[in-house]
Design a protein around this ligand. Structure first.
Ligand SMILES: [Zn+2]
Length: 182
């Protein structure tokens, strides 16, 4: 994915670190091959705490209450479960720590991810990171999955493994043209 989400996360996190403010960075563990780091296309990466789908964010952060955490960052937040998004809201409301989630709105079938759906419903603020369709100059709001031969895929697991080059950001018109889903 080339929307620059992870780059934005790393930049904002860096602003905190630079000012000696403590942060926590999480990434969902979606498979055994997951790597405990947030990395961007421009080559920067940092270590992150892996959270599988049973991980309780609220309990974890509450147990660290003695430390002085000023902000929490979540990469690939679309992969979180509904209850995990709600735990993050509880962190913001009860522990007064801001939580910044970075992620995609929809999957390669053009449907909400579970995490994104809950986030869009209960987040205080939404900030769109704009990127351009890989087929035209319109704003890309969706992603298509392509195989190694460049053919567009409309089946298979929603959590695909194997790296970022399997996905292309596209506008809605090109999503429809390429996938024929609607
Ligand atoms: Zn387009």
């Amino acid at each position: 994915m080339n929307a620059g989400k992870s780059t934005a996360l790393l930049q904002t996190n860096h602003n905190f670190i630079e000012n000696n403010l403590e942060t926590l960075v999480f990434i969902p563990k979606v498979s055994e091959d997951s790597i405990a780091e947030v990395s961007s296309r421009i080559g920067i990466k940092i270590g992150a705490i892996e959270a599988d789908n049973t991980f309780n964010f609220f309990d974890y952060v509450e147990s660290k209450r003695t430390s002085n955490i000023k902000s929490i960052f979540i990469d690939e937040a679309q992969f979180l479960k509904t209850n995990q998004i709600e735990q993050l809201a509880k962190i913001a409301d009860k522990l007064n720590i801001p939580v910044l989630c970075y992620g995609l709105r929809t999957n390669f079938l053009g449907e909400f991810f579970e995490g994104s759906s809950r986030l869009l419903a209960i987040a205080d603020n939404l900030h769109e990171i704009k990127t351009i369709c890989s087929m035209c100059t319109k704003k890309a709001i969706m992603v298509v999955r392509v195989d190694t031969n460049g053919n567009v895929q409309t089946d298979g697991k929603v959590v695909a493994l194997g790296g970022n080059d399997l996905y292309k950001s596209v506008c809605r018109k090109h999503f429809r043209k390429l996938t024929k889903i609607f």
